[in-house]
Design a protein around this ligand. Sequence first.
Ligand SMILES: *Cc1c(COP(=O)(O)O)cnc(C)c1O
Length: 369
Amino acid sequence: MEVLKPIKRNVLLNPGPATTTDTVKYAQLVPDICPREKEFAQMMKGLRSDLLKVVHAPEDQYTSVLFCGSGTINIDVCLNSLLPEGKKVLVVNNGAYNSRAVEVCRYYGLPHIDLRSSVFEQPDLAKVEATLAAEPDVALVYCCHHETGTGVLNPIREIGALAHKYGAIFVTDTTSSLGMIPLDVVKDNVDFCMASAQKGLMAMTGLSFIIGREDIIKASADYPKRSYYCNLYMQYDYFQKTGEMHFTPPVQTVYATIQALKEYFEIGEEAKFARHRAVYEAIHKGLDELGLETAIDRNIESGLVVSVKYPDDPDWDFEKVHDYCYERGFTIYPGKISTTDTFRLCALGDIYPEDIEEFFKVFREALGK
Ligand SMILES: *Cc1c(COP(=O)(O)O)cnc(C)c1O
């Protein structure tokens, strides 16, 4: 695609939205179109099928359902739509995004168990199993794959296997890992995963999607309807009948996401994973050189988010450092650990180790001031 003029490039070190390519930005500049046209439905069909490929989901067992909204809409939709009457949700909770799922359960009045554990560690699988053994009513096990609040990567394959052993479905929030860490829904025992277009796929905000087992979605037609706008079966059924979203889609974001997927497949899963990894290594190298400590054991880090402890210095001021870096094109982000003061440096987006080296030059200057 022909690029018209360069757009100022910002290096986003926040956990999404991510730095995008110019070609993705320009993909949004299209002739006005009514999204009820066949041409648009055809585009969404291709998009839905490409999303399955990203997570290696067999077309005959899985489907993808698109929603207009930020990533949290997926958490809401999965929980309110996929729980049969009289059954319980088990949230394996070691962080802020799992706590968000617990809140969704609370808002809908869904029977649930909040199996909390330390935000600094992966969940204890023996406790997950003991809970499942003691609670035969659990029909849906939920756990976030990459806890973006800390950077901890959770063992979803093992949790999914436990869910299945006890006859429950497994739903995982892969918003901050999909398209960055290779995921294979069959091997990883995932019945439903989710993301939004602006994170791993490096497209724009406003489009979110759930990839999941079609037989379970069909079965959910008979489950209690707890939301009108956010019902998974209703949206799926509308796609099946018309090829369209039930309500107005984020038109320009759909174009951007199609371009982003094209670029994703051009790079390829392994090479993209390696690039994120290289950015992550560069972040740790820069922090080590400055003597800054991180909050999470590297062995359980996703390789996408680093939680950095505030330096032990009375002159440290996150806001001031943030503003200094921001003015120079680098965005750093506050932490999300209630007991420890941290900020986050993330390896999402179209960024490279050289960007991180440039960032640390600016960050060093900021610290000096
Ligand atoms: C970003 C993110 C979400 C969605 O957050 P929004 O603000 O609604 O986009 C959900 N889960 C995880 C793990 C995330 O990183």
